[in-house]
Design a protein around this ligand. Structure first.
Ligand code: ARG
Length: 577
């Protein structure tokens, strides 16, 4: 059920009937205040302007022609020409009932699109660090949301698995294997990378071998290929553990690393040359873009092949966009990459569009995000100033959650249940803290805030969920016994039920904009509305059977909405805490 879409349709019809031009928009929004009704149509003013008529007069005419019988109980004109719509309680109750009996909570079917989502994208032979957490978490929420709506989502983990560094990494892997008779320990990838680099810088013979391996690897040499594979596999096996801990849906099958596009690169460069888009410049191949100016105001040159014949990150992203459209059949491609790579992406896509690799009908969207900062407002670092490994961060989250939970809940003795709870809260806290902030800006990472039981945090939301869930457990209610329809008589029931019916509207926004924080804000709001409903409308001790049945159903719909909503965020719920 998408009330906003339904009302938009109705108001648009009335506007057309009132003589509004075809491109007029109803601009139906959820009202910010109860006195303005549940929804507001704000499109009248611009229609009046186009028609050269006083807005109030247009509003009156539209309201006269607006048929909301069975949907609204009152329609009012306010201010210069806003239309305030008050939903009918019978309509709200009936739709809440329908949502409750539907496994998908009444979410309307969509015209399914193929959506490729590029996220996480760690680098081979490096450990995942805090810089990868936002892409991983926000991208996964976008995946889950679009899937719930019914779209076909292809997860694309654009792993950094190609480049000249692999010569040095293969040479070092070989050395380690020789020295340790085959048993390789890559547990500490950071250390491995550092040692490889050190050998490369200090040992001329090693460096020469490394350079020859790069050439061989690119030429498809079997031995180098095998060694490379090993590096990729070990890294991704380790990253998989992190994905599992994070409750992120990525698997090894979703790896579509940079190497995947390698074979396409020579063809792309020659094609761009043939099309006159790329030109030779001092031995390199360059595309000059009028859209981007360099310091001197001249078109910016984007190198797509270096003088030594090597290709670049941009060349790969041109090929990658082409592949996602041509081979994967994408209707939309979403990239969860930090904002510092914006210009890079825009250049790659401008070139891909000019070359006709991706038609305008296919959206390439950069859903960028800011950096994670420490409490001091500087990039988040370890005490000694190093990058924070993701696994260390998760360990700390678990330890902090354990402390919090055992203090709050000393009687929880069941080890398995405790572990599950600690995990849900610890990991949930980190994820929710990130997801609940608008992604476009930097954000301050703060343990105390994210683990607080008050405010828009994971522990608060998880606790709110258990409170609703416990009602049923406590009263031993058989859900099948709730056969009577929902009846809404109190304002607080109406407010809660209406908000619950807006779930799909929020999903649609998150799916379109890639903004999970709007889902967090919504769920937080639902939890608050439930609290005040719970406080003022007795459920188990309701005055009569009809109210009791009805309120139990509202509680159940709240429980399911919170659970499904938290699920789209990849936040786990527990039944008690
Ligand atoms: N591996 C890159 C990094 O760690 C991110 C890749 C993002 N995806 C892309 N299509 N460029 O910065």
């Amino acid at each position: 059920m998408n009330i906003q879409a339904l009302l938009s349709d109705k108001v648009s019809q009335a506007m057309t009937a009132a003589g509004a031009p075809a491109d007029s928009e109803a601009q139906v929004r959820q009202s910010a205040k109860a006195q303005f009704g549940d929804y507001q149509a704000n499109g009248i003013m611009s229609v009046a302007k186009k028609l050269g008529m006083p807005p109030r007069q247009v509003a009156e005419k539209v309201v006269e022609l607006l048929d909301l019988s069975g949907i609204a109980s009152k329609v009012e004109i306010a201010g210069p020409g806003f239309i305030n719509i008050f939903l009918d309680r019978g309509f709200v109750a009936a739709n809440a009932d329908s949502a409750l009996i539907d496994a998908r909570l009444g979410i309307s079917p969509v015209e399914p699109q193929t959506i490729v989502i590029d996220y996480s994208a760690p680098n081979v032979a490096k450990e995942m660090h805090v810089g990868h957490i936002r892409s991983t978490i926000i991208g996964d929420a976008a995946v889950r949301t679009n899937e719930l709506l019914g779209h076909k989502v292809i997860r694309a983990n654009h792993v950094g698995d190609w480049g000249t560094q692999f010569g040095m990494l293969i040479a070092y892997l070989e050395k380690v294997q020789n020295e340790h008779a085959g048993d390789m320990n890559l547990a500490d990838l950071e250390e491995f990378y550092r040692a490889a680099k050190k050998n490369y810088d200090e040992d001329e013979e090693f460096a020469a071998r490394a350079r020859s391996y790069v050439v061989k690897l690119q030429g498809g040499d079997e031995y180098c290929r095998k060694m490379w594979r090993k590096l990729v596999d070990v890294t991704m096996a380790q990253n998989q553990l992190t994905y599992n801990r994070l409750n992120v849906t990525l698997t090894q099958d979703d790896v579509m690393g940079e190497s995947l596009y390698n074979d396409m690169l020579p063809g792309i460069v020659s094609d761009l040359q043939d099309k006159g888009l790329a030109v030779d410049s001092e031995g390199a191949v360059v595309v000059y873009l009028d859209e981007y100016k360099n310091k001197d105001g001249d078109p910016m040159g984007v190198i797509i092949r270096k003088k030594d014949g090597g290709y670049l990150y941009t060349t790969t992203d041109i090929a990658c966009a082409k592949y996602r459209y041509e081979t994967l059949g994408a209707d939309r491609v979403l990239y969860y990459i930090d904002s510092r790579q914006h210009q890079h992406l825009m250049q790659a896509w401008t070139i891909a569009r000019k070359a006709g690799y991706v038609p305008d009908s296919v959206a390439l969207e950069h859903h960028m995000f800011g950096m994670m900062l420490g409490k001091d407002g500087k990039p988040f670092k370890t005490r000694s100033g190093g990058t924070v490994k993701l696994s260390d961060l998760l360990d700390e989250a678990i330890e902090r959650a354990r402390k919090l939970i055992t203090e709050k809940n000393p009687d929880l003795k069941d080890a398995e249940e405790l572990e599950k709870l600690v995990n849900a809260v610890g990991i949930g806290a980190i994820k929710y803290a990130d997801l609940s902030k608008s992604r476009t800006t930097d954000y301050i990472f703060d343990w105390d805030n994210m683990l607080a039981f008050e405010g828009n945090t994971a522990p608060y939301m998880q606790y709110a969920y258990t409170r609703v869930a416990s009602i049923f457990k406590r009263a031993g209610i058989d859900l099948n016994s709730l056969t009577q329809p929902i009846v809404i008589s109190e304002d607080r029931e109406a407010a809660l039920a209406t908000r619950l019916l807006q779930f799909e509207e929020v999903l649609t926004v998150v799916a379109r904009e890639g903004t999970p924080h709007t889902m967090c804000a919504y769920l937080y709001d639902v939890a608050g509305l439930f609290s005040s409903f719970y406080e003022h409308c007795p459920i188990l001790n309701a005055e009569d059977e009809t109210s009791r049945n009805s309120r139990l159903k509202l509680a159940l719909l709240t429980q399911r909405t919170l659970k499904t909503g938290l699920d789209t965020l990849g936040i786990e719920t527990v039944e008690r805490m």
